[in-house]
Design a binder for this molecule. Structure first.
Ligand code: NAD
Ligand code: DAU
Length: 348
């Protein structure tokens, strides 16, 4: 197989690429990435020299870029992760999200359809999010059958891309598989997102901006478990089906931040309570979804996937990784990140 992984230089994509390159030397893994602010080749320096790893700098919105990669590497399969992924940025600038997430996905589908003989075996795995289902109240879990109800420009763009993927299956019998996952955490997570942002600010004794009352709930999954779920669905999932991915691990934001502060006080040899004293309640996110929680029964019972570690273990590994990789943080935030941070947080 010659597998095109889009967004392979990003957070989740780099974990997927690493897993596939190491575990499947018989397959060629082509990382196709535009290298936006969120994409970084240093995420993959440990596999960059492997003979089954290739990199193409390209834009999923460009038919030429995608065509050239398909032709050059005789692409047989796609795992599509490239996207604009940050909800706060989508509130500030939704156009970019429609372009990349909707048009980019449609362009990829179109080019793959032109290249593939659908009598042969191919797979187009679209990686999506639980945010397409909207927001839960106190009860219930998102199922694959939950109606779509996206609330943010980000989730609206991902929902739209999901619909195009599904439309290609129904209209053209195009070989798609889909997954919708909850919040990931782990190494190589860009520091604009909650957990790595809090870790960085705790290290640097900067304030910890908690949106609203901190009562919103997210369902956290270790990124390497998501990568294994993608591997499982890509190889063994049924065509035309979507699979929810999550670890039944719900945390109120403020409880998670206190847990992280206590852990980091110990790691940094600080007096208990020093990190938590940095907590600052700030203006809420517009349209802030209250609660996400995933029912992953279908994936577990049909394909035998389960999360491999607890949140406590995963969070400690994550904190250790950030403490040992301050250079990575400096590198990925060296562009316009400080400008973004100031504009996002100074008027909250
Ligand atoms: P990320 O922002 O860390 O990485 C996105 C990658 O896509 C970057 O490498 C970027 O350079 C690349 N990219 C962006 N625009 C591109 C374009 N036009 N052409 C080619 N490459 C482009 O994102 P992530 O958090 O790793 O998320 C990956 C995918 O998983 C996304 O589709 C996201 O919606 C989905 N997802 C994320 C989470 C999560 O918790 N992070 C959970 C569920 C689903
Ligand atoms: O559910 C899956 C989604 O999870 C993915 O599809 C998205 O790509 C990913 O970014 C993530 O979206 P969230 O909006 O849930 O993640 P974020 O890390 O931005 O925020 C998590 C929670 O923390 C959310 O309730 C908002 C809150 N928050 C976030 C930041 C950045 C804060 O309170 N303060 C902050 O500074």
């Amino acid at each position: 197989m010659n597998i095109l992984v889009t967004g392979g230089a990003g957070f989740i994509g780099s974990h997927v690429v690493r897993l596939l390159v190491n575990k499947y030397p018989e397959h060629t893994i082509v990382n196709f990435d535009k290298l936006t602010y969120a994409g970084n080749l240093s995420n993959l320096k440990d596999v960059a020299d492997k003979s089954n790893y290739k990199f193409v700098k390209g834009d999923i919105c460009s038919a030429d870029d995608v065509n050239n990669a398909f032709t050059k590497y005789k692409i047989t399969d796609v795992i599509h992760l490239a996207a604009e992924s940050h909800v706060d940025r989508s509130i500030e600038g939704p156009m970019e999200f429609a372009m990349t997430n909707v048009i980019g996905t449609l362009n990829l589908l179109n080019v793959a359809k032109k290249h593939w003989d659908l009598n042969e075996k191919h797979t187009f795995h679209h990686v999506s999010t639980d945010e397409v289902y909207g927001s839960l109240g106190e009860e219930g879990l998102f199922m694959e059958t939950t109606p779509y109800d996206p609330r943010s420009p980000y989730s609206a763009s991902k929902a739209s891309s999901d619909h195009f993927v599904s439309a290609f299956f129904h209209t053209y019998n195009f070989p798609v598989k889909m997954s919708n996952c909850s919040n990931n955490y782990g190494s190589h997570h860009f520091p604009e997102k909650l957990i790595p942002l809090m870790i960085q600010n705790i290290i640097n004794m900067k304030s910890l901006p908690v949106y609203g009352k901190g009562e919103n709930i997210r369902d956290w999954l270790w990124v390497e478990d998501h990568a294994r779920a993608i591997e499982t669905i890509f190889f063994n999932g049924r065509y035309g089906e979507s699979y929810n991915v999550g670890g039944l691990n719900e945390w109120k934001n403020i409880d998670l931040i206190h847990f992280l502060c206590n852990l980091m006080d110990k790691k940094l040899n600080r007096e208990p309570g020093v990190s938590a004293s940095l907590i600052t309640y700030v203006k809420d996110r517009s349209g802030h979804d209250m609660r996400y929680a995933i029912d992953a029964t279908k994936l577990e019972s049909e394909l035998g996937w389960n999360p491999s570690i607890t949140f406590e273990e995963g969070l400690e590994k994550t904190v250790d990784w950030y403490l040992e990789n301050e250079d990575w943080v400096k590198e990925v935030t060296s562009g316009d990140y400080q400008k973004y941070y100031d504009s996002m947080y100074s008027n909250r």
